[in-house]
Design a protein around this ligand. Structure first.
Ligand code: RB5
Length: 143
């Protein structure tokens, strides 16, 4: 199950991502927001992050204007590894190396064509499982 969340700037791109998920027959839960003129990106980062923390969903997609604020908010949550990706190389690498559980994107940065390719790459790349990467991911939870 994929959790999807966005602020007001990400609403249009979210609709494109949902159309892709539906076309592929992938299950998702939409945590908002719907169409609106203003919203606060941390709210949707927290909703999607919680869905992953409580295992309701195994991956998430977050969209704001830049992807920055919404990924910062998600990355403050325990066990969340949100990767801001605007290219397919990063989307593949973050799954292979970081076992990222959330993909963040900026709707003001990239268009829907590239965004969908990034989503496709992110969702279809498995974590490498390499010992060194497991060790580094465990270190992320330490202070
Ligand atoms: C909203 O104007 C904008 O600040 C937000 O979407 C995001 O880009 C923040 O990082």
């Amino acid at each position: 199950m994929i959790a999807i969340g966005n602020d007001h700037t990400g609403y249009e791109l979210k609709k494109e991502v949902i159309a892709y998920l539906e076309e592929k027959g992938l299950e998702y839960k939409d945590y908002g927001c719907g169409e609106c003129s203003a919203s606060d990106y941390p709210e949707f980062a927290h909703k999607v992050g919680k869905a992953i923390q409580n295992k309701e969903c195994d991956k998430g997609i977050l969209i704001c204007g830049t992807g920055i604020g919404i990924s910062i908010a998600a990355n403050k949550m325990k066990g969340i590894r949100a990767a801001l990706c605007h290219d397919c190389f990063s989307a593949e690498a973050t799954r292979l190396h970081n076992d990222a559980n959330i993909l963040a994107m900026g709707a003001r940065v990239i268009g829907p064509g590239l965004a969908i390719k990034i989503v496709d790459t992110f969702l279809n790349t498995e974590f490498s499982g390499a010992e060194r990467h497991i060790h580094r991911i465990q270190m992320l939870e330490e202070e």
